[in-house]
Design a protein around this ligand. Structure first.
Ligand SMILES: NC(=O)c1ccc[n+]([C@@H]2O[C@H](COP(=O)([O-])OP(=O)(O)OC[C@H]3O[C@@H](n4cnc5c(N)ncnc54)[C@H](O)[C@@H]3O)[C@@H](O)[C@H]2O)c1
Ligand SMILES: O=P(O)(O)OC[C@H](O)CO
Length: 252
């Protein structure tokens, strides 16, 4: 998503009047003035309304039309969100709308960091209870972090497809989980970059870069202690901590 800004700048002045945007990109940009969600980046650069669509949507499963759900987040214009939902809805793909664009987009962005943690737990052969614990702590931190950044974020958003459902599917079957498992199985001795290149054949992980971006925000705002899982994932990814640190928490 780091290239979205450049692509948007190329589109300036080339869009038809009344054009609308919707972002399916899970990630955020961290600028000196703070984190900037991709939808805001698109709105700011192109001067158009931008919704987001996030959900438990592993692409290979949707491609073969297995039933799934998604959530559209919008800011003010409900009519536009309804139109997007009609456009995306299929008998096997149900789309709901939520007036909480930041909450929906942050769910999609932050769950990738939790999926890295879940993959580490798999690679350490720690079992289902541990993985469930990591997902719970992760969801709690996702919610708290989102609300600190944007007080308007709603709790209910975390019960939509973009929230708990996407967290579950990504922690069970996503690429972030798979590469993190390999990282832990190799004792952290092979880097995420190396494993990503070997395992994903040109596709890119979002979780590692998002963990770094989140860490920059946490460090800048002095919030690290409030978010032990989100912080630890980044420190493991850069080799500062061993993969086993993913389960070293105080109760909170
Ligand atoms: N694959 C999934 O199951 C899935 C599901 C839901 C959401 N997403 C989200 O969709 C987004 C894309 O994921 P994906 O799986 O399609 O990734 P991908 O790696 O398959 O595709 C990314 C595309 O971006 C292009 N690209 C990379 N750098 C570029 C640059 N500098 N300029 C222009 N184009 C560039 C690549 O060539 C590639 O075509 C991510 O944010 C991901 O989290 C993916
Ligand atoms: O394969 P991942 O880990 O990028 O996750 C895929 C999607 O985001 C699931 O909705």
């Amino acid at each position: 998503m780091q290239f979205v800004e450049g692509i948007c700048k190329k589109l300036v002045g080339k869009l038809r009047l009344g054009a609308q945007a919707i972002s399916l990109i899970k990630g955020m940009e961290v600028k000196t003035e703070g984190p900037c969600m991709i939808s805001k980046l698109i709105t700011d650069i192109l001067g158009i309304n931008c919704c987001v669509l996030m959900g438990a949507n592993i692409a290979s499963e949707i491609a073969v039309e297995k039933f799934s759900e998604a959530t559209i987040g919008y800011k003010k214009d409900k009519e536009v969100a309804i139109r997007w939902a009609k456009l995306f809805t299929m008998p096997y793909f149900l789309v709901s709308i939520v007036e909480d664009i930041e909450g929906v987009e942050l769910c999609g962005t932050l769950k990738n960091v939790v999926a890295i943690a879940a993959g580490l737990v798999d690679g350490l052969d720690m079992g289902n209870n541990t993985k469930a614990a990591i997902m719970r702590i992760g969801l709690r931190e996702m919610c708290a972090f989102s609300k600190l950044l944007f007080p308007s974020v709603r709790d209910n958003t975390f019960f939509e497809s973009c929230g708990v459902a996407d967290l579950i599917t990504t922690c069970l079957g996503g690429r972030n989980r798979r590469v993190a498992e390999a990282f832990a199985r190799n004792g952290g001795k092979r880097s995420f970059d190396e494993l990503e290149a070997e395992m994903l054949h040109g596709q890119k992980l979002q979780g590692v870069s998002t963990a770094k971006e989140v860490y920059e925000v946490l460090t800048y705002r002095g919030w690290q202690e409030l978010f032990p899982l989100l912080s630890t994932v980044h420190e493991i990814c850069i080799g500062q901590l061993p993969p086993t640190s993913i389960v070293e928490y105080r109760i909170h």
